[in-house]
Structure formats: C-alpha cells, structure tokens
Write a protein that binds this ligand. Structure first.
Ligand code: DC
Length: 230
C-alpha cells in the first residue's frame, strides 16, 4: 500500500489537531503536532525567564539557549497519542496553558527557532506515512506532500471550541480572553516575516464552522482515498 505525507495547516483552534490525529490513527500513520514543538520551546523560555509577563523576549539569550532545547515525541498508551517531551520530560499538559498560548507567537516568529524546528520536522516527515499539522507545513516544511488541507472556521466557532476545551480541563479562563488571544495570534502568525501562515495553492480548504468532526473526517478520508487510489 502506497504511503503518503499529509499536511494540515490552519488557524489556531480550527480543529486541526483533532482531525490530524483521527486521520493518522485511521491510516496507521505517524501524527506530528508541530504547534506542540513551538509551545515546548515557549515553555522553556518562560521557565528560563527569557520572556517576561508582558511578552518581551530576550532574543539574544534565546539564541544562546536554543542548543539546550531537545524535543522528542513519546507515545502515551493512556491517551493514545504521541506526546511532546522537553529535554526528556513529558510537558504535554504544561504547553496547553494560557500563559504558553499568550507567548508562543512571539517565540515562533524567531527565525532561529523556526529553522531548528523545521529541520527536525522535515526529518520526521522523510519516511512518509505521516500526518503533520501546523501553519507552514504545506508551504515550507513538506511542500511536496501528496495531500494538503487548509482548515478555517469563524472566530465564534473557534473561540467556543477552545473555551469548552479549557473548561473541560478545569482551566480558569474566560471566553473573552480566549477570543482576544486567538485574534492576536492570528495576526502575528499570518503577518510575520518568516514563513507566515499562508494557504498552499494546492491545498483543499475546509471551513468547519458548521461541520461536525465526523463530517470533516469523512470528507478528508475521501480525499485521502482518492490520492491513494489515483
Ligand atoms: O497549533 P497551535 O495553536 O498549538 O500552535 C501554537 C503556535 O505555534 C501558533 O500560535 C503559531 C505557532 N506555530 C507555527 O508558527 N508554525 C507551526 N508549524 C505550528 C505552530
């Protein structure tokens, strides 16, 4: 059976990771959440006090510290997912905090950070049989991916989705705070100089504001089958 690379890009909280994980599971492919990698570097920067509460980043110190950041994914049979480890420690929970969300776009803007992570992502994508989600996968990381999706949804749908997710996890954050964070991340992620969020020309666009997860999954699987059989 032919194995392909699938790139899924899109806005924050557009439901990329749920679908990417579902596709990878159904196809028995490796799932790589590249947002988790940028989040883990951000957690490192917060812990090392390289970024302050206002989001001011000491870029020089960050550059110097980057070689100390070692990221791996480890499969957790409990969650059924590959989870991110920062210097050998599983940080999957910590990287989802609102504090990390607040600072991640500033870290992800740094060219040195992007170069390091893109190199690692390309290596992981070399084997095929991979579903990778992020912002620049179809355009920069895996431009030759056989199948590319671009996911969008209205701010209302995305805000509600992230709010319910945070509530389920017992995190104290309001819908307004989430919407504000999504808005500012959209802006930084899509206007930064270095590989901004852009839709690849050959990507299939999925606006999932009014689609259930099952509907999206069925549509995406039909696209996969077409490529595999084509
Ligand atoms: O997908 P996410 O919300 O967990 O991603 C967190 C941040 O990481 C997002 O605001 C932008 C950045 N990111 C990026 O710049 N490039 C990627 N390939 C993935 C994420």
């Amino acid at each position: 059976m032919k194995r392909i690379s699938i790139a899924i890009d899109g806005l924050s909280a557009s439901g990329k990771s749920t679908l990417a994980h579902g596709l990878a599971k159904a196809l028995n492919y490796l799932y790589i959440d590249t947002g988790a990698m940028y989040r883990a570097v951000t957690l490192f920067a917060i812990r090392e006090k390289l970024v302050d509460r206002e989001g001011n980043l000491d870029e020089e110190a960050m550059m110097e510290a980057l070689p100390q950041v070692y990221l791996t994914f480890r499969f957790n049979p409990g969650s059924g997912r590959s989870e991110i480890c920062l210097n050998g420690r599983n940080v999957e929970k910590e990287i989802r905090s609102h504090e990390v969300s607040r600072h991640v776009s500033v870290i992800a803007k740094m060219p040195a950070v992007r170069e390091k992570l893109v190199r690692a992502q390309r290596r992981m994508g070399e084997m095929k049989g991979v579903v990778m989600d992020g912002r620049d996968i179809g355009t920069v990381v895996l431009p030759d991916a056989e199948l590319k999706f671009f996911m969008t949804a209205s701010m209302e749908a995305r805000g509600k989705r992230r709010f319910l997710e945070m509530q389920r996890k017992g995190r104290a954050v309001t819908l307004d705070e989430i919407v504000e964070n999504l808005g500012s991340r959209d802006l930084i992620d899509s206007t930064r100089d270095h590989s901004p969020l852009t839709q690849a020309e050959d990507a299939i666009v999925i606006d999932n504001s009014d689609l259930s997860i099952e509907e999206q999954f069925d549509h995406m699987m039909a696209c996969v089958k077409q490529v595999l059989e084509g």
